[in-house]
Design a protein around this ligand. Sequence first.
Ligand SMILES: Nc1nc2c(c(=O)[nH]1)N[C@H]1C(S)=C(S)[C@@H](COP(=O)(O)OP(=O)(O)OC[C@H]3O[C@@H](n4cnc5c(=O)[nH]c(N)nc54)[C@H](O)[C@@H]3O)O[C@H]1N2
Ligand SMILES: Nc1nc2c(c(=O)[nH]1)N[C@H]1C(S)=C(S)[C@@H](COP(=O)(O)OP(=O)(O)OC[C@H]3O[C@@H](n4cnc5c(=O)[nH]c(N)nc54)[C@H](O)[C@@H]3O)O[C@H]1N2
Ligand SMILES: [Mo]
Length: 761
Amino acid sequence: MATKPPAGDPVQDAPQVAPPQHAAAGLPAIAHTLKIAQQQMGVARTARTLLKVNQKDGFDCPGCAWPEGDKRHTAEFCENGAKAVAEEATLRRVTPDFFAAHPLADLATRSGYWLGQQGRITEPMLLERGALPEGADRYQAIPWERAFEIIAEELNALGSPDEALFYTSGRTSNEAAFLFQLFAREFGTNNLPDCSNMCHESSGSALNETIGVGKGSVSLEDLHQADLIIVAGQNPGTNHPRMLSALEKAKSAGAKIISVNPLPEAGMERFKNPQTPLGMLKGTALNDLFLQIRIGGDQALFRLLNKLVIETAGATDEAFIREHTHGYEEFAAAAKEADWDETLTATGLTRPEIERALAMILASERTIVCWAMGLTQHKHAVATIREVVNLLLLRGAIGRPGAGVCPVRGHSNVQGDRTMGIFERPAPAFLDALDREFRITSPRAHGYDVVRSIQALRDGKAKVLFAMGGNFVGATPDTEVTEAAIRNASLTVHVSTKLNRSHAVTGRRALILPTLGRTDKDVQASGKQFVTVEDSMGMVHSSRGNLTPASPHLLSEPAIVARMARAVLGAASATPWEEFEKDYAAIRDRISRVIPGFEDFNARVARPGGFQLPHAPRDERRFPTKTGKANFTAAPVEYPRVPAGRLLLQTLRSHDQYNTTIYGLDDRYRGITGGRRVVMVNPEDAAELGLADGSYTDLVSEWKDGVERCAPGFRVVHYPTARGCAAAYYPETNVLVPLDSTADTSNTPASKSVVVRFEPA
Ligand SMILES: Nc1nc2c(c(=O)[nH]1)N[C@H]1C(S)=C(S)[C@@H](COP(=O)(O)OP(=O)(O)OC[C@H]3O[C@@H](n4cnc5c(=O)[nH]c(N)nc54)[C@H](O)[C@@H]3O)O[C@H]1N2
Ligand SMILES: Nc1nc2c(c(=O)[nH]1)N[C@H]1C(S)=C(S)[C@@H](COP(=O)(O)OP(=O)(O)OC[C@H]3O[C@@H](n4cnc5c(=O)[nH]c(N)nc54)[C@H](O)[C@@H]3O)O[C@H]1N2
Ligand SMILES: [Mo]
């Protein structure tokens, strides 16, 4: 089978491998940042732009959702934040001439890396498949009015509003998200799938049920005050680099850190803080204990730890359990059953390692557990996160300083989008408030999440996909199934800054609507606008771009929604869409009347640094669950069983990518350069499977539907991952993740546990 990148793609994927590194950031990070930034933006724009990232009068970094501290350094950016900015502020342009030279058939052969490197899209474009002779289909520029007419034509021709899907990726501002969900509900559907469905949905499901609020319960200050921080299933050195400063600060105040991960991630080993001279030289060792767990073993680990805590005299916070929790007895009975041998099998850890972790937990008065995709993307993800909550409840470690749950979010406003009502299963109270404010009747039936949206397209139950940002085709699982489903659509629309796979695999008609990014100046009829975002810790603040937009034809996301709503809903809508487009303060006024916690929004967000949203468990130890208490839960312990001759593959991020946006072909900390088609395998497993380092293999995923999904041509890299496990990059491996391999309850694709077989070339 082919080992080559897609035909016609000049980018060569030829990975080179060196030993992994043991420290993150430092000088190489700054050098690499400036190189990428200057390639995209030139020297002057690099300086002007990077100085405004995350400053109180600047724009919110489009990188990740990690919060900004109160005292900001002049260059409050990190390597990967700077790359995200450079990617958006690039001087390269994708004009109508580009599309004339690259028909759809050509775009479809290009890698995501190549597509993204072409630059910012400058004009609205339309493609009608089959309108031109075979192979000649291409996007052509159209006026904005025509684009909205087409959307109206297609949406209004549907048999039911539920045949339309309105997807959101997590960069969308609060203002745009609020308008987008309002439009979808006035149109008549709750089909509002979002990237969260593939990301922290499992965290939201688990936290809502157990503590009553689907968000983290700690602030940055809490992290600084914690005396034990457990980082499970997360790689902050690459994906949340500014978190390393917080860990360093906690550490310098005496905190201990445990990391739970199948991979030894460089950022957790040693952090060389680029903001301090000593940090640059020596750095700080972060991990006190590294638990190299087998993929999917976390629920078993936490269950055993919980049993041991319960069995240690005086180790549980009895007063807290009595006053604030529900279900302790049932949980304690279930925890009693936890078994050492089974836990050692599930986790691949040793008894002394788990005993050390226990001793550190027992010695801690203020424990925080942080996690990300390593916990959320498994079949038993929700049960795993509930088990983490059980530990914190046993220790009374919620709702007091320095302690709590910390799901570290991905996209910079993914949490805010959810707060604004981007959710396919909205709470009735939210819809009631929306209906009162706008005198509408929102639909009550639940809509489709991401996986169900793909199934609906596949089955002909959905016909229009409108995506507010993101890369629906590239980010979702089961690439071949998903691409076929998308081609079934009558219309696909993408509001985008840059090209990606979703523009190359389309419905019968396809629109690209080019939009402003975070770094761009946004001027409307009432003057210069700002937007707002919510970070991972519930802080809401403003973001204003300062760059001249990539082209005079770009519209902001709120303007696109407002104009689409007028075209689609016409006189049937009494909502003042035109006013909203003119002045975003008018949108914020409405948000303040619909969404609790946003009272007096315009005034409060004007304060430098913004404001914090209320969080009942954190603020008042109040748990708005069905029982009115924090719930212990006792799901049966699960862990993946892998047949002989197979490994469990996790699909993860390299250091040079932002989800499906590929910045470069290097994964510096893991020692891999010049290519992405690599599979990391433990040397002992590799020896058993006959996989020599440097040899090539196809990856075949085995699933109960009997379909063999294949990703060809991966270079084997012997790597110190846990036994029985393998790792390869997303999105190249999405083809291996079966559409119906999802987490119980949250329906999140189980992209961190794919059973694979190797077929050496
Ligand atoms: N530069 C950059 N920043 C980003 C992103 C990006 O792509 N690039 N993406 C953003 C987004 S949307 C998100 S959601 C976050 C993602 O942030 P992360 O969750 O850190 O991203 P992943 O690369 O998916 O890494 C998952 C980590 O979990 C570990 N892991 C895998 N399986 C298991 C398991 O079963 N148990 C345990 N304990 N660990 C496991 C992996 O080894 C890896 O260290 O980052 C955000 N920030
Ligand atoms: N196998 C596997 N699959 C995964 C994951 C995994 O770990 N493994 N992770 C999952 C996770 S955590 C997530 S969050 C999803 C990500 O899913 P998405 O959020 O859909 O994907 P992104 O790659 O972040 O989207 C990138 C595109 O967003 C557009 N864009 C960038 N900035 C803006 C903007 O300001 N406005 C607009 N309108 N568009 C913009 C650009 O066109 C760019 O190409 O992927 C999921 N898929
Ligand atoms: Mo994410």
